[in-house]
Design a protein around this ligand. Structure first.
Ligand SMILES: C[S@@+](CC[C@H](N)C(=O)[O-])C[C@H]1O[C@@H](n2cnc3c(N)ncnc32)[C@H](O)[C@@H]1O
Length: 261
């Protein structure tokens, strides 16, 4: 906890992007809900499982998501639902030491994991990342603050997706992009069946070996209840984005929405 607080209170300052005083406790996250507890529980093994279950492919998908944002040196960017920080670290390399990255999540355990990875990796540019405990549907940032936003495997898990999209719109500068990476809820029956087969026969059995069967059984239902590419485009346009384009990745198993404010 000490590490996280240190990082939060010593936020990086640059001429283009001022550090904001950020409090650790928002009323909306004091009452822990099931999803928050779930992500706290899986935090210790989350990165290993991602590598194992995607055969390392998630690293490529995350690079694609970051490059779709158009983030560049000196930018001030946000990784929403940052978890243990993969996308925040990639963004940090893009924006360099004159830029700033905020990684926000409502799981304290995931943020602690992110913070300890930041210290272990000890790359100079990673000093530009701050970790913030907060709610994606009530962002602690002013309007038009960020040059880019990523959200990887996050929106599917947010209960009020419409509000989260509206918040992304609000905190983005005009002309800037949000890049939303996740499982694709495919409209092709073969792809959807293959995805479910993989979850039942690969993901859940591997997670079971880590004592996390229930946590990963949740995945299948969450994809079924998620939005298709077209629905995500509509959600973004309804929130005010001027353009929204959804790209299917890896044969339609994954997908990435790119929305421009
Ligand atoms: C599957 S993880 C993805 C982590 C990371 N982005 C990645 O791609 O590896 C989803 C994350 O979303 C976070 N999350 C879900 N709902 C949230 C909310 N309303 N506000 C903030 N974080 C949320 C969870 O705590 C979890 O860390």
């Amino acid at each position: 906890m000490a590490t996280l607080q240190l990082q939060l209170s010593s936020g990086y300052q640059s001429s283009s992007c001022r550090h904001l005083p950020i409090s650790l406790s928002y009323p909306s996250i004091r009452c822990a809900n099931d999803r928050q507890l779930l992500f706290n529980r899986i935090a210790p093994v989350y990165d290993n499982l991602n590598d194992m279950l995607s055969l390392g492919q998630h690293r490529i998908w995350k690079r694609m998501a970051v490059s779709w944002t158009g983030a560049k040196l000196g930018d001030c960017v946000l990784d929403l639902c940052c978890g243990s920080g993969d996308l925040a670290f990639l963004l940090s390399e893009k924006v360099g030491s004159n830029g700033k990255v905020s990684g926000l999540d409502f799981s304290k355990e995931q943020l602690l994991m992110a913070s300890s990875r930041q210290h272990l990796l000890s790359k100079a540019c990673y000093k530009n990342i701050e970790w913030i405990e907060g709610d994606a549907t009530n962002l602690p940032f002013p309007d038009r603050y960020f040059n880019a936003i990523t959200i990887g495997y996050g929106l599917r898990n947010v209960v009020d997706k419409r509000k989260a999209m509206q918040e992304m719109f609000r905190v983005l500068k005009p002309g800037s992009k949000a890049s939303v990476l996740d499982f694709n809820k495919s409209t092709q029956p073969f792809v959807a069946s293959f995805q479910e087969w993989m979850i039942d026969n690969v993901v859940v059995p591997v997670a079971t070996a880590y004592g996390l069967a229930k946590e990963y059984e949740y995945l299948k239902g969450s994809i079924r209840e998620y939005l298709t590419g077209n629905e995500l485009e509509e959600l973004a346009l309804d929130a005010g984005f001027s353009t929204a384009k959804y790209y299917e990745i890896s044969g339609g198993l994954m997908g990435n929405l790119v929305a421009t404010r």
